[in-house]
Design a protein around this ligand. Structure first.
Ligand code: SAH
Length: 379
């Protein structure tokens, strides 16, 4: 009744019939009134709800959901934007489609199911994406193998649902990036940092920039374009670093101003000279995958931030992020506070960062705000 899109098993008094994982089920209150409709899940999170109005769940229903997501991106100026052609079309609970992520890279869509229910209807969803785009999207790649395995332990294969294009050269705020959906991490590119990259550009002129956990160099391209003196991209994944290097070239930057380095974050920061950088980005992978690993993750955030704060030049700026859903903003800020104490530096928060409009947060499911960031000024 408060529209939270999950039902836990402990809240279910009885089950009529024998719904299997992935089946569509209707939920009723103890007095028998209809509450919501969703997909049956295997664990303690028993149902993921996608509808609060009783209606037929058919192809037309899924088409209307995809159309609605399309309209939202259009209304916030992300679709139909000549400077950006890559965006998240469907963001899970944020689009009332729990268990589904769809990222768009120009004419290609990448679908990632996080529930058996969504995986079962992937072809219907893919066709709906093509229809919503009026044919502008001509390839849909299903990249659910990893997410379905994590969720259910079942092995499924990735593959094309429509067309066969798995790579695309996108533009984001006028910058060029090569996206490899098939070989890349997640759906191929981290679209959630788009607005934060633009903010970094604002601080980049004449600075020495370290983009740590840089992946394919998203932040680096923006920093170089904004007139940074040097830009160093560091990531432990060699294939990502190779693409980062290529992205710098695609945007026309001179090799003498930048370097893309394959290295482990802690080892690199440990070895680097103090005061070498006055603008550092720390965007690590999700350290906590679940509540059980949260404490360990908080220690990880504390350590890496303390290391960067110790070495950053006086007057420097640190962009620091957490994309762990189970670490909330308060916990992350506390970990960074502990890091500032460890580093013995005076630190001021000058901005609070989050995820962009194409990653909306359902107000009844605030857990959906997974990306948290701070911009810190270090004395
Ligand atoms: N900032 C990036 C996204 C970062 S995702 C962007 O805007 O696109 C996290 C990245 O951390 C991944 O590319 C992963 O390869 C890298 N990574 C994971 N463990 C690492 C480690 N120990 N040292 C350096 N990089 C690491």
């Amino acid at each position: 009744m408060r529209f939270h899109p999950w039902i836990f098993s402990g809240a279910i008094e009885k089950t009529i019939g024998k719904p299997a994982e992935g089946d569509i089920v209707e939920c009723f209150s103890s007095t028998g009134s209809y509450l919501a409709t969703g997909h049956c899940m295997p664990g303690s999170l028993a149902v993921k709800l996608f509808g609060f109005k009783r209606q037929k769940i058919n192809t037309a229903f899924w088409q209307s959901k995809i159309n609605a997501a399309w309209q939202v991106r259009k209304s916030v100026g992300i679709i139909g934007n000549s400077r950006t052609n890559a965006y998240r079309l469907v963001h899970n609970e944020g689009d009332s489609l729990p268990g589904l992520i769809v990222d768009i890279y120009g004419g290609m869509a990448v679908l990632q199911a996080h529930s058996t229910g969504m995986h079962d209807i992937r072809q219907t969803l893919a066709d709906a994406i093509v229809v919503a785009s009026k044919g502008k999207i001509s390839s849909v790649y299903d990249k659910s193998a990893e997410s379905i395995y994590k969720m259910t332990g079942r092995n499924v294969e990735n593959g094309f649902l429509v067309g066969d294009t798995g790579t695309f050269d996108i533009i984001e705020n006028g910058h060029h990036f090569h996206v490899d959906a098939v070989a890349g991490q997640k759906t191929g590119f981290f679209l959630d940092q788009r607005d934060n990259r633009e903010l970094l550009a604002h601080y980049s002129k004449d600075r020495n920039v370290l983009n740590m956990f840089g992946y394919t160099g998203g932040f680096s391209v923006y920093a170089a374009a904004a007139g940074a003196k040097i830009v160093h991209t560091v990531d432990s994944s060699a294939p990502a670093v190779a693409i980062a290097e290529n992205n710098m070239k695609m945007n026309g930057f001179d090799k003498s101003e930048y370097a893309c380095i394959t290295a482990d974050a802690r080892k690199y920061i440990d070895a680097m000279e103090s005061g070498m950088y006055d603008l550092i980005v720390l965007d690590p992978p999700a350290y906590a995958k679940n509540v059980a690993s949260r404490n360990q993750a908080l220690k990880g955030y504390r350590t890496i931030n303390a290391m960067a704060l110790e070495k950053i030049k006086s007057g420097g700026i640190l962009f620091t992020f957490s994309c762990s859903q189970v670490v909330d903003r308060q916990m992350f800020t506390s970990a960074v506070t502990a890091a500032a104490i460890d580093a013995g530096r005076q630190v001021r928060i000058i901005q609070h960062l989050s995820q962009p409009a194409d990653h909306p947060v359902n107000i009844f499911h605030q857990e959906g705000e997974y990306l948290k960031g701070l911009v810190l000024l270090v004395d």
